[in-house]
Design a protein around this ligand. Structure first.
Ligand code: ATP
Ligand code: MG
Length: 556
């Protein structure tokens, strides 16, 4: 699926630019700001930018990983490392093309000097409030600053003074001199430099003036000779400024900005600010809590990278903002894992079943397919013993209509093994069934039910003697409503209290030997992954539920 030919309006533009000879190859970039962990929305951008480079690798196409770290205040190296790990895990490779926008500070400065010399930028000493209030609005044009017509010499001197630390924060900014009456407010002399007396993680205290995003970004793209600069729709109204910067600065290339719709998911918050709040307020266990829409959370949850790529492909690239149903992501995970993952048996809500005609201490090897449709995945042996664990809800004292599993005098098949007949059960003082007795029917292993025996279901089980205990974490959607951002009490008020539950389960011994991040289907239950941090091979089994077999939200 992920290999099928892709087409969308952006790929069409790129193909046309290659066909016409405008470009010999294509160079894209993924430019995260290292101020948080990447989320599933970023995955869409990664799959697009790196995907285009991959598809055109034959003509030398590439995708740059560029850290947009021009803002000194909120960036951290922890984020840089997590972003690299996430892009790699998603299956993409930037090769040699790792860049930091903060390495271009001198270039942005030179370009600003160039603009000033050409009468295209000026130092404004109005306050931030004055600048804001004189910008006008959709119907009222902006009012020119009293400093707008300073000479180039004076501006050069003042800008140098800004750089030298001669102004405090808010005392002076550099503005592009464009058009205060432009119908596009973005073009009304935007601020392109501000004073910020802040330490930068890369350049330390070398700078006390920092470029604004709308000014620095096109320069970064041009300097790296990006051919197609792909961004989300909210930047559409900024495109004239992007082009203005490119057209008026001494740059080595002319990249083209193209906008596409960002990914929005229901039942999810995606803004980094809100994700940070969830982490800071301990509402989740961290950035990689398996309920988080971060790449690292999704990974820990057990969503395979290939399923995420398939999902991004299915969502596609358009110009229309919409909301994607998170069920589509879950569907892609199930769809991928159904084919790709091995089957194992685990009992999450154990009830003891005693096979009274199987002697104590005796066990029998049962051979099971690892995958019902893929013989290449082979088979494995599990041991059947006198006492086994079954799911509590596979037994009903008074079976309901259409309940075909175990009940008094009923038959059921133990998956891969014999048919057993229920011969009795025991309750505790509270009336809860705590033990079920049965007898197996010799000769029914791998054979049909004998005449006169009705057996309409098979249930999974784990030998009580051979099985191992496991900690199983059941995750569900983090929010109870489709639009948590729009919740009256704020998104925190609609956190799903049932989104995380830890239970003690019994699992096949093989699961203890699984490597962290190994994913399988627990038969009849869902897809589960060995937790990448807490599962200890051979010592402690800890599994996370990625997704249940069926969508339990669809009915609601
Ligand atoms: P946030 O608004 O959550 O802070 P951001 O857009 O500021 O996110 P960046 O680190 O600047 O985050 O994003 C890096 C790239 O990922 C940008 O090119 C941005 O357009 C893209 N991106 C971010 N969110 C989404 C999304 N939901 N869908 C598609 N692309 C996205
Ligand atoms: Mg951003």
């Amino acid at each position: 699926m992920s290999d099928s030919p892709k087409s969308d309006f952006i790929r069409d533009i790129i193909a046309a630019d290659l066909a016409s000879g405008k470009h010999e190859t294509t160079i894209t970039r993924f430019p995260p700001e290292p101020n948080g962990y990447l989320h599933i929305g970023h995955a869409k951008s990664i799959c697009l930018n790196f995907g285009i480079a991959q598809e055109n690798a034959g003509i030398g196409a590439r995708c740059h990983l560029r850290f947009d770290d021009t803002n000194p205040e909120k960036e951290e190296t922890e984020y840089v490392e997590s972003i690299k790990a996430d892009v790699k895990w998603l299956g993409f490779d930037w090769g040699e093309n790792l860049f930091f926008a903060s390495n271009y500070f001198e270039f942005y400065y030179e370009c600003a000097v160039h603009l000033i010399k050409n009468g295209l930028a000026y130092v404004d000493q109005q306050t931030a409030d004055e600048i804001k209030s004189t910008r006008g609005n959709l119907t009222v044009p902006g009012t020119p600053s009293p400093y707008r017509d300073r000479s180039a010499e004076e501006n050069l001197e003042l800008f140098a003074k800004m750089r030298a630390g001669g102004f405090e924060e808010g005392e002076a900014v550099l503005r592009a001199k464009i058009d205060m009456a432009s119908p596009n407010i973005v073009m009304r002399d935007p601020v392109i430099y501000r004073v910020l007396k802040a330490e930068h993680h890369n350049t330390g205290d070398a700078w006390c003036i920092y470029p604004m995003y709308d000014y620095a970004h096109p320069l970064e793209d041009a300097l790296e000779k990006i051919t197609h600069s792909l961004c989300t729709l909210e930047f559409e109204i900024h495109r004239p400024l992007y082009d203005w910067v490119i057209d008026n600065c001494p740059v080595p290339a002319k990249p083209r900005q193209i906008e596409f719709a960002r990914l929005n998911l229901n039942y999810t918050v995606m803004s980094k600010r809100k994700l940070l709040q969830l982490v800071k307020e301990n509402l989740v266990s961290g950035w990689d809590d398996p309920r988080m829409p971060t790449i690292s959370g999704i990974r820990r949850r057990g969503y395979p990278a290939a399923a995420i790529r398939n999902f991004c492909h299915k969502v596609g690239i358009t110009k229309f903002n919409g909301i994607t149903d998170v069920a589509l992501l879950e569907f892609e995970v199930r769809d991928y894992l159904n084919t790709a993952s091995a089957r194992r048996m685990a009992v999450l809500d154990p009830l003891k079943l005693v096979i009274t005609n199987l002697p104590e201490g005796q066990s029998e090897d049962i051979e099971l397919d690892n995958h019902p449709k893929d013989p290449a995945m082979g088979t494995r042996q599990v041991k059947l013993s006198r006492e086994v664990w079954i799911e509590s809800d596979d037994f009903m004292e008074v079976p309901e209509k259409k309940f075909y599993r175990l009940g008094p005098d009923r038959h059921v098949r133990l998956r891969g093994g014999y048919i057993v007949k229920c011969t009795g059960f025991e309750k505790d003082d509270s009336g809860k069934v705590v033990k079920v007795n049965c007898e197996y029917l010799p000769g029914t292993k791998g054979a049909d039910a004998p005449a006169g025996v009705e057996c309409r279901a098979a249930i999974h089980w784990v030998s009580a003697e051979h099985g191992v205990p496991a900690e199983v974490r059941l995750y569900d959607r983090l929010f109870t409503v489709e639009d948590p951002d729009g919740a009256e009490g704020g998104f925190v008020s609609v956190i799903n209290p049932d989104s995380f539950k830890t239970i003690s389960a019994w699992v096949e011994p093989a699961l203890l030997e699984a490597e962290p991040e190994w994913i399988c289907q627990f038969e009849r239950l869902g897809y589960f992954v060995a937790d990448r941090h807490d599962h200890k091979t051979g010592e402690k089994a800890v599994f996370n539920r990625a997704v249940a077999l069926r969508d339990s939200w669809a009915k609601k």
